[in-house]
Design a protein around this ligand. Structure first.
Ligand code: C2E
Ligand code: MG
Ligand code: MG
Ligand code: MG
Length: 287
């Protein structure tokens, strides 16, 4: 009791901590409100096959369209939401919205799969797979059009449970990818045990290609590792043609980045999809 009181007093008398906590509570409160008011939206960024230039899929990225503060990027609110149960509600919203969009696009002949970013907390939440199944059924879609992106670090939390849950998801043909590969506490030791199909190599390496020799070595090794494990390698953050071409020489399978397109609101994505004519053959108009 004494210890508790002391720590409580410390919080009360430390203005910095008190302020940070209040800020956090108000941010979470505003976020809850934003969700209710329909201020959260998904933007979509295409991924293409490097060899053929064909569209492989689109990543759903959350945006907070704040009525007075403008567009707030996910780094400003997702990490804080992840420290509370609010992330469960947000992920449910993101999954439902992405699956609804998938269904609309499939019906109108826009044949792209959609990937959704999943937080550690979601995967460890009982009923997560059931939620995904329920949403796919609700929109009458099969799992192969859905991909879940999971960061490397989050796989380390409870390996056995995570593998079980991922196996249940892959039995539905849902594609699992490792996001930000190369930045986590490496899970190389059991990477081969995970039922994953794609390694997304972090943009911190990609951006430094081809000048930075260290980045080149890491990129090369990551692509070889992916292929030896029977996985596809995708490079994130591909901003120019030079990087794209360098990735082609490394045998990297896919690319995502501003060179191809920025994350776009759904109607802009449809426009982009209609105009896209491949990246190799029309390279002059891109760059
Ligand atoms: P991520 O999943 O690694 O997503 C890639 C980020 O890189 C996105 O930032 C994207 O806009 C950005 N990006 C893509 N291509 C380029 C490029 O060529 N250059 C540069 N400089 N950046 C590029 P964004 O949308 O701000 O998202 C940041 C992170 O927030 C995501 O990283 C992901 O970890 C998280 N996030 C986004 N949406 C969600 C969501 O719905 N749920 C959860 N749990 N996390 C999300
Ligand atoms: Mg991602
Ligand atoms: Mg990433
Ligand atoms: Mg990231």
């Amino acid at each position: 009791i004494v210890a508790k009181q002391t720590s409580r007093n410390m919080v009360a008398y430390n203005p910095a901590i008190k302020m940070a906590t209040e800020e956090n509570i108000s941010l979470l409160g505003q976020l809850k409100h934003a969700l209710k008011m329909g201020q959260l939206a998904l933007h979509y960024q295409p991924k293409v096959e490097i060899d053929t230039g064909k569209i492989y899929g689109a990543e759903a990225l959350i945006r907070w369209e704040h009525p007075s503060r403008g567009m707030i990027p996910p780094v400003k609110f997702i990490p804080r939401a992840e420290q509370s149960t609010l992330i469960d509600v947000i992920t449910e919203f993101v999954l439902e919205e992405a699956i609804r969009q998938l269904s609309v696009w499939q019906k109108s002949g826009i044949d792209v799969s959609i990937s959704v970013n999943i937080s550690t907390r979601n995967l460890l939440q009982p009923g997560f797979t059931d939620l995904v199944v329920r949403l796919l059924n609700q929109y009458d879609l099969s799992g192969e059009l859905l991909e879940l992106e999971i960061t490397e670090g989050s796989l380390m939390v409870d390996v056995e449970h995570t593998i079980d849950e991922l196996k249940r998801l892959t039995r539905l043909n849902i594609v699992i990818s490792i996001d930000d590969f190369g930045t986590g506490y490496s899970s190389l030791q059991y990477l081969h045990q995970l039922p994953i199909s794609v390694l997304k190599i972090d943009q911190s390496f990609v951006r430094r290609l081809p000048e930075d020799q260290g980045a080149v070595y890491i990129m090369e090794a990551a692509v070889v590792l992916a292929h030896n494990l029977g996985l596809k390698a995708i490079a994130e953050g591909v901003e120019n043609k030079q990087i794209y071409q360098f990735l082609a020489t490394l045998g990297c399978d896919m690319a995502q980045g501003y060179l191809i397109a920025k994350p776009l609101p759904p109607e802009k994505f449809v426009e982009w999809y209609g105009q896209y004519a491949g990246i190799y053959h029309h390279s002059d108009s891109i760059s």
